[in-house]
Ligand binder design. Structure first.
Ligand code: PAF
Length: 283
């Protein structure tokens, strides 16, 4: 396997992508915050199926963290990430510093409406402004033909699609299925915060979501089953459940039974906040 090219400046990124494009190569991007796990590697594999060159950005984006959140303790392991990218066959890692992305005097914020309403935004009000701003910058910097985002962050995927539609960003957004461990736990960089006993409890999140989605699909009352699911998670050992909510899969508007649905959740295990989501399959 070739080592990925590593660049930390926008100019170097642009020069390399321009050369590839001039050679007629299609370029895919996988935006990440590093601490790469098998979920990220699956995004790289999908990117490589869709394009001849794969750019992975590694940038822990401060603007999507609230002052009370885990920006400082967010795992950073660049050497290990680069090894994983080499093994996966990625061609370029873009690893900008904070001042490259947000130079002194930076004063712009992108705020996406539509699917960013509710769910995560009820608990992390500036999160999607931070995500939309950095993703728009990455797309303008790298000018990829397509970009791959995991369905694990389902609301983020919907927000990025809306962002590209609304700003006419010519990037095809590809949603990739969530990668899970053998017990259903969605891969997440934040799983690194969990000890063995907490991992056991964390695995209940997906099990409860799948049972609840099956009940909804079978016609159960939404308020009743989502309340019962929240209670089941607390009984299992979660400290607090921020939400479990059924939404229309395409728009994240309140779910209607004649539309494809998605059941989304966020819950706290000690000081770690986990999110997950599953399809609601109509009978
Ligand atoms: O999903 C993430 O890792 C981040 O929110 C993203 C899309 C890389 C933006 O910082």
């Amino acid at each position: 396997m070739n080592e990925p090219i590593v660049v930390d400046s926008v100019t170097a990124l642009r020069t390399q992508v321009r050369d590839w494009r001039q050679a007629g190569l299609r370029v895919a991007m996988v935006p990440t915050m590093g601490a790469l796990h098998d979920g990220h590697i699956s995004l790289v594999r999908i990117a490589l199926e869709r394009a001849e060159r794969c750019v992975v950005s590694i940038f822990v984006n401060p603007t999507q963290f609230a002052p009370t959140e885990d920006l400082d303790k967010y795992p950073r392991q660049l050497a290990r990430d680069l090894d994983r990218l080499r093994d996966a066959g990625a061609h370029l890692a873009f690893t900008p510093g904070v001042t490259e992305m947000y130079p002194a005097g930076f004063a712009t914020k992108i705020s996406v409406g539509g699917p960013s309403g509710g769910l995560e935004t009820d608990f992390r009000p500036s999160f999607f402004d931070g995500v939309a701003t950095v993703v728009a910058k990455l797309f303008v910097q790298a000018a990829p033909d397509c970009a791959v985002f995991g369905e694990k962050d389902y609301q983020q995927l919907c927000v990025v699609r809306q962002l590209c539609r609304d700003l006419d960003l010519p990037v095809e957004i590809i949603g990739a299925p969530t990668v899970r461990d053998a017990h259903g736990l969605a891969m997440s960089s934040r799983n690194a915060y969990l000890g063995e006993a907490e991992l056991e409890i964390a695995r209940k999140l997906n099990a409860v979501l799948r049972q609840t989605a099956a009940r909804l699909a079978a016609g159960a009352d939404e308020t009743g089953v989502t309340s019962a699911a929240m209670e089941a998670l607390v009984q299992a050992g979660f400290r607090k459940v921020d939400y479990i909510a059924a939404r229309e899969a395409a728009t994240l508007a309140p779910w209607r039974r004649d539309r494809d649905g998605r059941l989304l959740a966020a819950a706290w295990l000690g000081t770690t906040r986990l999110i997950d989501n599953v399809e609601i399959r109509s009978a």
